[in-house]
Design a protein around this ligand. Structure first.
Ligand SMILES: [Zn+2]
Length: 346
């Protein structure tokens, strides 16, 4: 059915843990808003967990269907990528220009509706027009590449420096692709997931299981140059991994914490004080990071293809709601949405 033709569209929400199609009224964009028809969205194994009721996917790109009364009509038909989060634009952090640390941030596909939908209402301030030649499928990777770029800004690895990445997550994979593209020297990836290690090896990182004994970490430090890594990007978020990240950074080195986790960490802060180490957090990304990410992908300066595990149609997703089961490595599943808006409800 062509739902859009009669003011209706299909959107895919998490219902009892499974992606489920619902028909909904198509909204009209208000001032400062755009209506976007998604054409490609990225999903990972975690996207179905604990986000009951939300439209899936915080990573998507599409075409502008309609614009609000104060928005240039020339944008209609433009291909755009959408920020994976929505800052409130009101709190003191947003007003100070630090919207990445917004106190009331909405996370698409998690706390607010995401993009696996035939019609998504977004603010003009939350979209980026795609550079020429970039596909919607490539642009759906913007979110994870931009998040990795933000981490690189927070804890820069200069060309030739030794880098370690801990934790088998999609963001760890994107970070690996970005630091290698930036010219990192010896680059190690540590995680117990064999599938993730194989992907990292393919990118060019040395991959190893998480050492169970101190001697294993010491061997890794030697391989990284003798004293540890110049920069450690910690993507697992566990208390153990955060402590290991600080220990693995060389004296005067840096640690960037990318993962959110509520588990308290007990740590001797003298590791940081006496080691003269720097520990910084990195969360979300700015619109400028998103634009750079799209440009790097368009110019093939980041190995975006290595971030994708498979590409499927939304029709395949609806035919097999358990399609994400068993696909657990850190690569994205790209879901394509047909341009015609022809989506059959299950
Ligand atoms: Zn805010």
């Amino acid at each position: 059915m062509n739902t859009r033709a009669r003011g209706r569209h299909v959107e895919v929400r998490v219902d009892r843990g499974l992606p489920t199609a619902f028909e909904a009224s198509t909204p009209s964009p208000g001032p400062g808003e755009l209506l976007v028809a998604t054409r490609a969205a990225a999903l990972g194994p975690d996207d179905l967990k604990a986000f009951e009721g939300c439209v899936l996917s915080g990573e998507f790109a599409g075409d502008v269907l309609a614009v609000g009364p104060d928005v240039a009509s020339s944008l209609v038909g433009s291909a755009v990528a959408v920020l994976g989060y929505r800052p409130c634009a009101r709190c003191h952090r947003c007003l100070d220009g630090v919207s990445t640390a917004c106190a009331d941030i909405g996370l698409r596909g998690r706390t607010i509706d995401g993009g696996l939908s035939g019609a998504v209402l977004v603010r003009t301030s939350d979209v980026m027009v795609l550079p020429p030649g970039l596909s919607h499928e490539q642009a759906a990777l913007m979110h994870r590449v931009a998040s990795a770029l933000r981490a690189l800004h927070r804890g820069p690895a200069s060309p030739g420096e030794a880098v370690a990445i801990l934790g088998g997550t999609p963001l760890a994979l994107a970070t690996c692709a970005v630091v290698l593209a930036a010219g990192s020297g010896r680059t190690a990836f540590v995680d117990d997931h064999a599938g993730c290690r194989a992907v990292m090896e393919h990118l060019g990182a040395r991959s190893l299981e998480r050492p169970s004994e101190a001697s294993g970490w010491e061997d890794l430090a030697v391989w990284l140059g003798g004293y540890g890594a110049d920069v450690v990007y910690e993507c697992a978020g566990s208390a153990e991994s955060r402590l290991e990240a600080v220990e693995l950074a060389r004296p005067a080195g840096s640690v960037v914490l990318l993962a959110h986790d509520d588990t308290p960490v007990t740590m001797d802060l003298n590791l940081i004080v006496m080691g003269a180490k720097r520990v910084r957090g990195s969360c979300h990304y700015a619109l400028s990071d998103g634009r750079v990410a799209l440009d790097l992908i368009a110019r093939s300066l980041v190995n975006a293809a290595a971030l994708v595990g498979r590409t499927v149609s939304i029709l395949d997703v609806l035919a097999d709601p358990e399609f994400l089961d068993g696909f657990t490595d850190c690569r994205a599943t790209i879901v394509q949405w047909p341009a015609s808006a022809e989506v059959n409800l299950a």
